[in-house]
Design a protein around this ligand. Structure first.
Ligand code: ATP
Ligand code: MG
Length: 349
């Protein structure tokens, strides 16, 4: 993710009124500076230099009419859905409806700012049951073991059965998704409220409740976790639900775990196309008779970052609720530790 210099303000293109007020309060909550432009003909250099550009829906037409150069980090916001969708494409902008998207707006502002933030790693399974949730949990566990600020693990897979079971966290007290799903505005430190296992703060599903995971709270929660942890690991699952897609988008590193087999590679290719994983890196799970990793890379069309061994003890550990990087599974733990080195050092980016 591009990190921009702290002196770059947020450009707010909005006339005085409710929308401008909402934007400016989100900017203030993130402790960022704003440059407000009420007449789009006065945009000048700010369009290019601002860290993030927020355009109110009622000025979007005038901004689009100026045929400005393409840039990343533009958002059209406001209460009118038709205007939002009409001006999204001409401005290459993402859309944030207000007032309901206020928390999401805060999250994107925080994301675009230069504040030092933990890496956000999404682990996506190239095929079902390949070990993505296990790897996500092991990465979070080993990352937490390295430093005092711990790591966070976020379950964004509404069909995944709950990552707390994998960590043996289902009896640990704390908030689950249903409590957090209505998160709004600027969230402070969530650590005191979340279940913690082996230094990992877990944001997990609760079983039973039918959950409509919204992407807005996810962005707000991840933004908050980044501020208070040394790494944030996301488990989006393989569905195309909005929260899963947002989890993939929010990640600064996308790891696609692929089984080194003909079917594993074929499924991974579909996952790449279906989830827009062009910037993902491969983690190749190798077992007996595995295809060579360079062949896997060529067939999937993405670089290999690391390899993971077959580890027989993992399934039993998961059944017992014993976290994957705990216990005697040394080969697996070593491989995940090496992968973590690469992720934390920014290697391969
Ligand atoms: N490297 C490995 N070697 C052997 N078994 C593994 C390995 N990684 C995971 N497993 C086992 O495979 C099973 C599926 O793992 P996991 O739930 O992590 O997969 P997933 O990709 O998240 O699945 P889903 O598609 O359901 O989300 C578990 O029993 C787990 O313990
Ligand atoms: Mg899973």
């Amino acid at each position: 993710m591009a990190q921009l210099s702290p002196s770059r303000p947020v450009l707010v293109v909005a006339a005085p009124g409710d929308t401008q007020d909402s934007i400016l309060s989100a900017v203030a909550a993130q402790e960022l500076d704003a440059e407000v432009v009420t007449e789009p003909e006065r945009l000048g250099e700010l369009w290019r230099t601002a860290s993030t550009v927020i355009v109110a829906d009622d000025l979007a037409e005038l901004v689009a009419g100026r045929a400005l150069p393409h840039r990343e980090g533009v958002y059209v916001v406001g209460p009118e859905p038709e205007k939002l969708s009409m001006w999204s494409a001409p401005l290459s902008a993402r859309v944030i409806p207000l007032p309901e998207g206020a928390a999401w707006l805060g999250a994107v502002l925080g994301e675009g700012s230069s504040r030092s933030r933990a890496p956000v790693v999404a682990v996506i399974g190239g095929s079902g049951g390949v070990g993505a949730s296990t790897l996500a949990a092991a990465l979070a566990q080993l990352s937490a073991a390295r430093g005092p600020s711990g790591a966070a693990l976020v379950d964004a897979d509404s069909l995944g059965g709950g990552i707390d079971l994998l960590l043996g966290a289902e009896r640990v007290q704390g908030w689950r998704w249903p409590r957090l799903n209505s998160a709004e505005g600027h969230l402070g430190d969530l650590r005191p409220y979340l279940p913690v296992v082996d230094g990992v703060s877990v944001v997990s599903m609760a079983r039973g409740a039918e959950l409509d995971l919204a992407r807005e709270p996810l962005a707000a929660i991840v933004a908050s976790l980044c501020t208070w942890h040394s790494a944030v690991v996301l488990d989006p699952g393989r569905s195309k639900a909005p929260a899963a897609r947002e989890a993939v988008r929010l990640a600064s590193r996308q790891l696609l775990l692929v089984s080194a087999s003909v079917r594993g590679v074929a499924a991974a290719r579909q996952a790449v196309a279906g989830h827009d994983l062009e910037r993902a890196e491969l983690v190749v799970r190798r077992g007996r008779g595995a295809l060579p990793s360079d062949l896997v890379a060529e067939a999937v069309g993405l670089p290999v970052l690391a390899e993971l061994p077959e580890e027989r003890g993992l399934a039993g550990a998961a059944e017992r609720g014993e976290p994957p990087a705990r216990g005697a599974r040394r080969g697996y733990r070593k491989a995940v530790d090496r992968l973590l080195d690469l992720v934390l050092s920014g290697a391969g980016e």
